[in-house]
Design a protein around this ligand. Sequence first.
Ligand code: ADP
Ligand code: MG
Length: 303
Amino acid sequence: MSEFDIISEFFAKQHCHRKDVMHGIGDDAAIVTPPANQQLAMTTDTLVAGIHFLPSAKAFAIGYKTLAVNLSDLAAMGAEPAWVTLAVTLPEINKHWLQDFCDGFFALANEYDVQLIGGNLARGPLSITAQAIGFLPQGSALLRSQAKPHDLIYVTGTLGDAGLALMHSQLHQPTPRIQAGIALRGIAHAAIDISDGLAADLSHILQQSNVGAKINVDALPLSTELLQALPREKAIELALTAGDDYELCFTAAKDQQAAIEKKLTTIKCTYTQIGIITKELSLELHHQDGKHYQGRTHGYEHF
Ligand code: ADP
Ligand code: MG
């Protein structure tokens, strides 16, 4: 099979055709028309075999996750995803693998009306890079730098489940919190998606906003599966450090509580208040009874 056969048989088979894509796969570059008065949000992420997933991981899960991690970054900005490009290096051509990969990738792409508009294909160690592009009304982005003292700190969903999946050598298939990010425009002050562990990712908000936080580790949302599989202390540690959950962590002023409840309940997104932003610059983790949390807090480190 030539490179072009592979592209037309697998990558050009998506059913989603957006009206704003003038030219998708097939020319030297894709041509798209952004909506008037909207800003573009752009993000890219690479998944490398042996580092971001085990070489034995299912191709469907790899395809799904490649897109999910990019859409999660758009969600954390409050952006609505539209287009994606995909660069793949493969050690060999395996049709079954390619089909499963594309099934996973397109399952998520179609769910969010995201069109694959181009990419690249080359022989090399298995590595996959996607770039996702989305829209934002002018000035409505949720930034890491906008947390304010006395803000309440929230997370969506439950934390630590991806860490548990990894302990069983499974690739977690996270749900990017696209609707939640959009719902939080104009309500949240700051937001980030949790890719490296809550403690590490919240620290980015704290540093960029020049604030600190107090977190009640006993308030962290833990799934029943996680609590059945592990002792509570270990579950809390995974929730703080394991990463890969792709939930949103966001801060908002106290007077936004009712608005958050209304918006997130409407889209059936669960969320939990876990702490408060402080003027003091430290990140303080404590138990319900006020005692300091003694466990590990280091997240996933890339280097
Ligand atoms: P060029 O050499 O001009 O960069 P290519 O021959 O590499 O173009 O690719 C041909 C077309 O197929 C281009 O439109 C490109 O965007 C698209 N394409 C290549 N690889 C992929 C891929 N993995 N997924 C989606 N589209 C792809
Ligand atoms: Mg060209």
